[in-house]
Design a protein around this ligand. Structure first.
Ligand SMILES: C[S@@+](CC[C@H](N)C(=O)[O-])C[C@H]1O[C@@H](n2cnc3c(N)ncnc32)[C@H](O)[C@@H]1O
Length: 280
């Protein structure tokens, strides 16, 4: 039988299909948020049974967002574009950036109209906005009137791609796509990526992938080498490509400050890579 996710490709903000799962609402549920439906919880709970570390993974990713944004502010970046921003459940990019600098400006971007509608009242303000766009179309993101109003591409910008490239099929040339963003970013700009992987894991991720697929959501994990290649043309910030909890974790050699919010007892089990690069 056709799953509602396959049956309804268009999910306009005014016609939310309660039978259709949303990766943003699943994350919201895993983060303890209230913007999710029964179908999202049903999938999330099955996924957690397969991968008990899943809520931790989502939380460590949000903590990485915080550390990365604060690091970029230390590097002189105060404007950010958050691609695939999801629901602003716990510490969205603007929340974090405005705590780090009063000059913060953030454009959140998501392809899902439900996410955009829900986020609007939470992130819209003089220095923060959300637009609906597909990250695979860099010009429509960067030339959107809202982006142009808030972001000056002649100055360094932080481009955030956290747990979003995981939904872009292998057939897409991600290296070429990111190069199109890089070409329009001023020197001193930074790219921040987190991405799921099956490196070093057993078959649990594959079973979780199968589960998501049964709800018509395809996930594309990538290897360390593939994630590294996304940073072509960027200088890697220390400590390079590492599991998410290891990126400038408190107490590590590459970290100078920050609360101890996401140290995992077994970080090698995190199942996702984090990396930050600077455009020279
Ligand atoms: C798993 S959530 C990640 C949210 C947030 N970045 C984080 O790290 O917690 C992925 C988000 O990316 C969005 N998304 C997926 N494909 C996209 C695309 N091609 N363009 C823009 N957004 C996309 C989804 O709608 C969803 O809100």
């Amino acid at each position: 039988m056709e799953h509602p996710n396959q049956a309804r490709k268009s999910n306009g903000a005014g016609e939310v299909d309660l039978r259709r799962v949303s990766v943003a609402r699943i994350d919201d549920y895993l983060l303890g948020g209230a913007h999710n439906f029964a179908v999202d919880r049903e999938l999330a709970e099955q996924a957690v049974r397969l991968m008990p570390q899943l809520p931790r993974l989502v939380q460590t990713n949000r903590a990485f967002l915080g550390r990365a944004v604060r690091y970029l502010v230390e590097c002189g970046v105060s404007q950010f574009i958050d691609l695939g921003s999801g629901l602003p459940t716990a510490g969205n990019a603007y929340d974090v950036a405005k705590r780090a600098t009063s000059a913060a400006r953030v454009v959140h971007v998501d392809a899902d109209p439900m996410v955009v509608a829900h986020s609007r009242c939470m992130v819209e303000g003089p220095n923060s906005a959300i637009i609906q766009a597909d990250l695979r179309e860099p010009d429509s993101v960067l030339d959107d009137p809202t982006t142009r109003k808030l972001i000056d591409l002649n100055r360094p910008v932080g481009l955030l791609m956290l747990f979003v490239l995981d939904f872009v099929p292998y057939a897409e040339d991600l290296v070429a796509l990111i190069a199109r963003y890089r070409e329009r970013m001023a020197p001193g700009s930074h790219l921040v990526v987190s991405h799921s992987t099956v490196d070093g894991g057993d078959d649990t991720f594959a079973r979780a992938q199968e589960l998501y697929r049964s709800y018509a959501i395809e996930i594309y994990p990538r290897t360390r080498g593939e994630v590294s290649s996304l940073l072509a043309g960027f200088e890697l910030a220390e400590p390079g490509v590492v599991q998410v909890p290891h990126w400038r974790a408190v107490g590590s050699e590459s970290s100078e400050s920050g609360p101890a919010e996401d140290i995992d007892e077994q970080p090698e089990h995190a199942g996702a890579y984090a990396v930050v690069g600077r455009r020279p």
